[in-house]
Design a binder for this molecule. Sequence first.
Ligand code: PLZ
Length: 445
Amino acid sequence: MVAQNAQLVTAVPGPGSQALQERRLRAVSHAVGTGLPVFIDEASGGILRDVDGNQLIDFASGIAVTSVGNSDPRVVARVQEQVARFTHTCFMVTAYEPYVEVCELLNELTPGTHEKRSALFNSGAEAVENAVKIARYATGRQAVVAFDHAYHGRTNLTMALTAKSMPYKSGFAPFAGEIYRAPMAYPYRWPTGAAACADEAFDAFVSQVHTQVGEQNTAAVILEPIQGEGGFIVSAPGFMARVAQWCTDNGIVFIADEIQTGFCRTGNWFASEFEGVVPDLITTGKAIAGGLPLAGVTGRADLMDAVHPGGLGGTYGGNPVACAAALGAIETMRVDDLTDRAARLGELLTSRLQALAERYEVIGDIRGRGLMQAVEIVSDPVAKTPDPAVTAAVNAACHRAGLLTLTCGSYGNVFRFLPSLVISEELLDQGIGIFEKALAEALAR
Ligand code: PLZ
């Protein structure tokens, strides 16, 4: 266990990390990026300790994965027990209980009380691919509609669903066919203002699908309730519910991609709940298994069971060790009431960011829910000109000061806060303090 306090004993990255970085550059493809080239030795809760002994405050959680904290004791215990029992059979070859138990929990915890089924996979992208496969099969239609600023993965189909060219798509064409894009109800940047955003974005969505795709050809519409990589964009109130209802009215499968928003992070088990939306299919991943690779598709039994037996699967999907980790992580979320904790710490974070926004006009927007929040950095508050340079400078200053942070956004100007949901109030506070100083430092240059 790493003590839950921040401490710097060398520059970041220190000599040990620098030596490993040199080795890495000779061995690892340069195409795989790393936000901060420190090498981690041990981690627990909300602290990462690197090979030089620096203890960093973790505001990234491995991109919203270690919501229950790194090496959560329940995850560790369940994994140790399972790994000693058996490591793999392949669920398609012979079954095991933990897979079934995770599916039962997914069916129970996701929105809606209707009859559901789940299937498990290895990564978020794979879950999204499978949700699309299921929707196409069940409807007999082909087209899939995604939104501006969407992120759904890096595989061929999900790369097509993802909006942003660099670094995700550039040079990797051709992309999968029958993918269409509609405007996102992005309140801060909606041309006629936030008040009109939900209505106008919905009208544009309906009109585009009707005229350019045809409802009768549309298998699915996929939406992140809060867009993650695209910039923590919370769709304008009412937008998601109207899109979901319109899908229902037109026999289109509404898929909520809750891979980043899911599992307590936003202050609810799933972010769809804020709008009272019951998705037909919901994709999960990331935080589900406390750091082990696992992802799922959960949804209406009639859709999930439509595919012929054997039509879905994969060697490792729902691996028993990953399932054991999920059972531990979900237990921690329940026992420690992490929805409530995310909401409470989220309020603290919002109020601190609001106070900062009053002092710094580069903070154009504060948005998100629970412990999934971000600020959008602009060089001109009226023109809302994105300022990726200041954003990157603040990020680098945080890193130097021992706070691991991430940016995101289509314009690279969104600074996001994704701490573990079990982070102490003290560490959260300390981290925000580092961000404040980093912002002041970046602006003074
Ligand atoms: N859907 C909503 O956020 C993963 C990936 C970052 P995988 N987001 C972080 C990167 O640069 O690769 C994500 C997501 C949403 C799907 C995915 C894909 O999940 O587990 O990375 O495949």
